[in-house]
Ligand binder design. Sequence first.
Ligand code: NAD
Length: 347
Amino acid sequence: MMANTVNRIFKQSLNRTFTKPITRCLSLSATNNKKVAILGASGGIGQPLSLLMKQNPGVSHLALYDIMNTPGVTADLSHIDSQAKVTGHTGDAEIAECLRGADVVIMPAGVPRKPGMTRDDLFNTNASIVASLAKSCAEHCPGAFLGIISNPVNSTVPIASEMYKRQGVYNPNKIFGVTTLDVVRANAFIAEAKGLNVSTVNVPVIGGHAGITIIPLISSCSPSVSFDAAALKAITERIQEAGTEVVKAKDGAGSATLSMAYAGARFASSLLDVLAGKDGVVECAFVRSDVTEASYFSTPLVLGPEGIEKNLGLGNLSDFEKELVKACVPELQKSIKKGEEFAANFN
Ligand code: NAD
């Protein structure tokens, strides 16, 4: 597909529910009766993400799950005068109730990075958290969309997929690694560098969600922008290392939470939009893919009520971007294999 076609379709996704004003809904219809579950709802991402989803007029039931502090977060959010009913669920005994009937599940459960750590350093802790939560999703809401925020996304998406396969309910069109923050950052940094109105900027970001696997397609940016070679390299590396920029600035107090909550809410809102019948919604996400030799890869996806409707692929890559893809694929393959091997041995 031509880069400008990707851009045109991609552009349509800018008109998103997330940016609409909050409305009070007095009655429920097929477009505003969705149940959204947040797993890891008491955390740095979970709380602001839950706040944003509480304001989404498409949500009738917001179910919050964590291993701690869920009653407090639930009581607090339930005092907001927007439509969604809020319920809180804590621990293994209550996860079934949280997930039953969910249309969309977003998972920011697990530990974040501290300075000096890579996302892969989180594997030992987060792999088992994601595996056991995914197992519960496969059991209690196998048809729901699942958006995984927990890092390392390049491994946690394969882990979750293996858990669904084990239960015999795997649908690759409905399991997404949330990479929206990379798109949000690329839009913000390029708008800033070029003095553009950020609401008009859209940069597809492909690959994975860690270091060199994050590939902003600046040659496909809409509107088109140009950088000399040194500036292009510098802004690409800033996008790839933006998460680390936040980890360093927070100095031990965690990683990106507010911008991630914004990005997670944008992605969840796009899922709710397509469930409500909206056409032409495009988001990048890390999914099962045959676009490259890596078996999971993020590219712009046309979303529909059954999940991925069409994978828009790589588009027209510049020579610089082709080199980035070449470096990314073996890195991704390693992380995918690590996730799949972990899942095979998980009880
Ligand atoms: P946090 O420590 O503030 O919150 C994590 C929450 O998960 C806590 O409330 C914790 O109690 C909960 N939790 C732990 N085990 C759980 C379990 N078994 N079931 C349910 N909940 C459980 O961390 P955070 O800053 O919110 O980050 C969460 C995750 O998101 C991290 O892995 C982080 O690396 C990742 N992250 C991803 C992106 C991305 O772009 N995809 C961006 C930023 C952070």
